[in-house]
Design a protein around this ligand. Structure first.
Ligand SMILES: Cc1ncc(C[n+]2csc(CCOP(=O)(O)OP(=O)(O)O)c2C)c(N)n1
Ligand SMILES: [Mg+2]
Length: 756
């Protein structure tokens, strides 16, 4: 019986020209325990006519036996997991059955640790082919602390391995496509210049896979758009097993995906029978070689089978006729490969049976090890949500004297310390940061200045608020560029770039249109660190124009909604209310290794009261640090965003009556400064929470609950909230005024609390 051999880094064969790659021969060792086989090279399949004693139908006999063995290991893993699931020692199961030979054939042309992988849950045979061991797969299935992918946090078959460049996988069908495209986009950028802590290879391929059902998701189409328009080296694999749980492929779409994609120029489409190892090997190698040669993206549409139910929660006999299931069972791809190998004399029938038996025993041994491995520790569940950068308190920003502007790479602009609005400050801060760090790229709708052929003749657009004006002219179109009008595309590609250690800065034009991107923010970006136990991170800054008080904006240009994003662990939410903070917080955002939602209030962008001299480059606001916007001793108002100034205005009115109100600007919603809130309430004994977002479910509820819970002994009055009405924002100005919190509303509530 073969013993499991865990490969160590040193033993892996290097792919020519690569430093980090795990060699194709070595990858099989993890599952076979055998020596790395000699290998003719990952992309090369001899032509049909090229038969030597070492080859059968153009493929090395050794590799054929190895792949047959791995296919059997994959099936044995499924069978073992199903048994363990029935015994409640595995808590979910989803199989790779029917997809094995396709994926093993493709793995032969792919390079673990060199290419990048965004797999699907059915890709068990692929990851085995890339070198993931059965033990590691089973450690995840049993939810062990030793699971090297997620430590028991992720369901089985949610692949991930830093060493192999297999990006930690999520469950939503199709959400992997846009990060994959961003990853390929990053690779091209990285390969074109020397960047610290970034590595890419000029001929690497990004692999992304999905089922035919998942091709119905819009994000798949958004990803094809960009892969084709940018001519990116992405392999889309659609493994078509005819069903999405119980729904037939013919009920999903009007035509097979290989026909639907016909209009995507530059996409090489290959369709074949994925139950045929030899065809998969040959056509897969050709498709991948083409992508690797820089000829643009490719899509493989391979038909496979699904002999087992969708998952352990499903019984396919409920919706598939017995004859259909029997027919599919008679076309099992592993049986087919076996009979071809036996008929061709590559294996004897007894040898084949022995390999199947050996695979089962190998998996049984791996299962015993996995079941004996350490269980995860519930005391550690809060680890790896966020890892905040260490930033010392900078104190008050020192006013600049007339000197070259720190944000002006040309040195022509002079900073005389005159006050600037939030919009100009963000623009200059982006200039400053991009001048220092070539990893920063800014992208979104309309963020660039102008098409390259006219950019030198025109003023340039630079965003609908002008916040990114001049970035393209200064840093080039590779660093500030327009995207398709598709918010998931913007954020998803940002995630892929962040995974490659770039510092992407995605812009969402209006908060009111963030919702198509919310899936990427919530499911992909915010969960990455936690789901991978800190192995993968997404240092992505998402800048969003937000808020009302703009007149005429209505429901579509005036909403807040930060509370919804505060409800997503793993996401930092910043909301500056004045210019110095905007600079200091944006600098901090780019130091974060986690996704940051950076909210830029439209009404504040040019307000005089929010202006400050541009703070020097070392003015960086620690993440999660509130600011005392007005000192007082009689009542605390805790607020953020546009209601900071409204609260100050209300406080100034009350000051005329001898009441001193303290206004605390939270600045950062997640993580928020509980100490500062406790401190102010301890001082004043009265608390009013004010925000522009709607009352019900607003973040003020969280702050009020904290005060009631943690500061109860300090309170002399109930905690009150002032917020928008539980409606949307209306177009007509008197309606907008009635809906959004005004100075009078704040003053009235404050007065009540002061009188309590
Ligand atoms: C966005 C989303 N919607 C629904 C689901 C539930 N779900 C999981 S797998 C699946 C079917 C996927 O079918 P297909 O893409 O054909 O892959 P297959 O399972 O057939 O390999 C569904 C509906 C999900 N995981 N994600
Ligand atoms: Mg399917």
């Amino acid at each position: 019986m073969a013993r499991l051999a865990r490969r160590d880094r040193g033993s892996s064969r290097q792919v020519p020209g690569s430093e980090g790659a795990l060699g194709p021969g070595a990858r099989r060792e993890a599952a076979t325990g055998r020596e790395a086989p000699s290998h003719e090279g990952p992309d090369q399949v001899a032509s049909e006519g090229q038969l030597g004693p070492e080859q059968f139908r153009g493929v090395s006999r050794k590799e054929l036996v190895e792949d047959f063995h791995l296919a059997c290991v994959s099936r044995a893993l499924d069978d073992r997991e199903i048994t363990l699931q029935k015994q409640s020692r595995v808590f979910f199961q989803i199989s790779g059955a029917g997809h094995e030979v396709l994926l093993l054939a493709l793995a032969r042309s792919l390079r673990p640790g060199y290419d990048w992988f965004f797999p699907y849950y059915r890709d068990q045979a692929l990851v085995l082919g890339l070198g993931i061991s059965p033990r590691d797969i089973l450690l995840q299935a049993v939810g062990s602390a030793e699971d090297p992918n997620s430590g028991g946090r992720q369901m089985p078959s949610h692949w991930g391995s830093v060493r192999h460049n297999i990006v930690s996988q999520t469950s939503p069908t199709g959400s992997q496509c846009l990060p994959a495209v961003g990853c390929a986009e990053a690779a091209r950028y990285i390969a074109s210049r020397q960047l610290p802590d970034c590595q890419a290879f000029g001929d690497e391929v990004t692999y992304v896979s999905l089922g035919e059902g998942a091709t119905s998701e819009g994000e798949f189409w958004e990803s094809l758009n960009t892969a084709c328009r940018l001519h990116l080296p992405v392999l889309f694999l659609v493994a078509d097993n005819g069903y999405a749980i119980s729904v037939r492929a013919s009920d999903q779409a009007p035509a097979p995906v290989s026909e639907l994609v016909a209009g995507f120029r530059g996409l090489a489409v290959t369709k074949f029978d994925g139950t045929d190892y030899f065809t998969s090997r040959q056509k897969g190698a050709e498709a991948i070689a083409r992508i690797r040669a820089g000829e643009g993206p490719g899509l493989i549409h391979a038909t496979v089978t699904r002999p087992y139910s969708h998952s352990s929660q499903d019984t396919q006999a409920k919706y598939r006729a017995p004859e259909e299931l029997a027919l599919e069972a008679s076309h099992d791809p592993i049986d087919r490969l076996e009979s071809e190998l036996v008929a061709g004399g590559v294996l004897g029938a007894e040898e084949a049976a022995a390999i199947r038996q050996e695979a089962k025993e190998l998996v049984a041994a791996a299962a015993r090890e996995a079941l004996a491995a350490a269980r995860p520790d519930p005391a550690r569940i809060r680890e790896h949500v966020l890892a905040l950068p260490e930033i010392a308190d900078p104190g008050e920003p020192v006013a600049a004297s007339a000197s070259p502007h720190p944000a002006d790479p040309s040195g022509e602009l002079v900073d005389r310390g005159e006050p600037l609005g939030i919009g100009d400050t963000i623009r200059l801060t982006l200039h400053e940061l991009m001048g220092k760090d070539e990893r920063i790229r800014v992208f979104g709708e309309d963020v660039a200045d102008a098409p390259e052929d006219v950019v030198d003749q025109v003023e340039g657009k630079g965003g609908v608020f002008g916040t990114t004006h001049g970035l393209q002219k200064t840093f080039g179109v590779a660093r500030c560029y327009n995207t398709p009008l598709a918010e998931a595309n913007i954020v998803g590609r940002g995630i892929g770039q962040a995974l490659r250690n770039l510092k992407p800065c995605a812009e969402i034009q209006f908060f009111d249109y963030i919702w198509p991107a919310t899936h990427q923010i919530r499911a992909e970006a915010a969960t990455t660190r936690w789901r991978s136990e800190g192995r993968f991170t997404v240092p992505l800054v998402i800048r969003v124009a937000i808020g009302g008080y703009v007149r005429g904006g209505s429901l579509w240009h005036s909403q807040c909604g930060e509370s919804i994003f505060a409800h997503m662990p793993g996401l930092i939410v910043m909301f500056p209310s004045r210019a110095a903070d905007a600079a200091g917080m944006l600098r901090a955002a780019f130091r974060c290794e986690d996704p940051v939602l950076f909210l830029e209030h439209k009404h504040l962008l040019r307000q005089k009261y929010a202006m400050d001299p541009f703070p020097p480059p070392d003015y960086v606001v620690p993440v999660g640090r509130a600011r005392t916007a007005r000192a007082g001793s009689d009542l605390s108002i805790i607020t953020w965003g546009a209601t900071v100034q409204k609260s100050i205005d209300a406080a100034n009115k009350l000051a005329a009556e001898g009441k001193e109100v303290e206004v605390i600007d939270l600045r950062t919603i997640v993580p928020w400064d509980k100490e500062a809130v406790a401190r102010t309430v301890g001082k004043t004994s009265r608390a009013l929470v004010v925000h522009e977002d709607v009352l019900t479910g607003g973040f003020g509820g969280e702050v009020a609950a904290f005060i009631a819970d943690e500061c109860f002994a300090d309170l002399d009055a109930p905690v009150r909230r002032v917020a928008a009405t539980d409606t949307f924002v209306a177009y007509e100005p008197t309606l907008e005024t009635a809906i959004l919190p005004q100075v009078d509303d704040i003053e009235r509530a404050a007065r009540e609390l002061l009188a309590f």
